[in-house]
Design a protein around this ligand. Sequence first.
Ligand SMILES: [Zn+2]
Length: 242
Amino acid sequence: MTEELFRADSYLKQCEATVVSAGPEGILLDRTIFYPTGGGQPGDSGTLTLADGRAIRISDTRKGETGILHIPENPEAGLALAPGAPVTAILDWERRHRHMRMHTALHLMCASVAGDVTGGQVTAEKGRLDFDLPEVTFTKEELAEKLNALIAADHPVTARWITDAEMAAQPDLVRTLSVKPPMGAGPGANKVRLISVGEDAVDLQPCGGTHVARTGEIGPLTVAKIENKGRQNRRITIAFAE
Ligand SMILES: [Zn+2]
């Protein structure tokens, strides 16, 4: 399996790695900083640089059966790579950082809106969550004010690992019904990663995504849309204000 360096440090922009295998389905490395599509967050893009200076553009990253697959823009490009070849993996950092900012913003939305989350999606421009909620009792402006206050408070965002058993004993921690908490992962396995926003847990939930270190880094947000998607389903879309 690929060592997932982005789990311990989401700010790594570059790493050295070794090719495990390369084929039409993608390039498997022994370790990576590239986040694979999952939990509503898109897979990373970037470049793999070879020892001879050649560069392979990576347009997407996905989970494969034996590890994390780096999908080359040109499907032929990966075929030139032999197992054991050293590469330097370099992220499209600005795009990933926007994913981190927007993903962390969705945690703030979780903290600001009552109701279970039934789905979600992040892009480099906006993010949305679907809530199991019979009615909305706030305006777009009121929600935006709440979110921007949490951002301005510059709360720290921290991670810690608990055991699967500890997780199972606290089912109320799981806000996202559609996404199974990332259990059975982490150092020594049988661990789940809890993400906490704020010292007094503004938001606390298991999550496998990438986050910024402090909420201030998100920057100002606007609430773009509050939509009815069925009797109980309310979809809220936020966007970067800049
Ligand atoms: Zn998260």
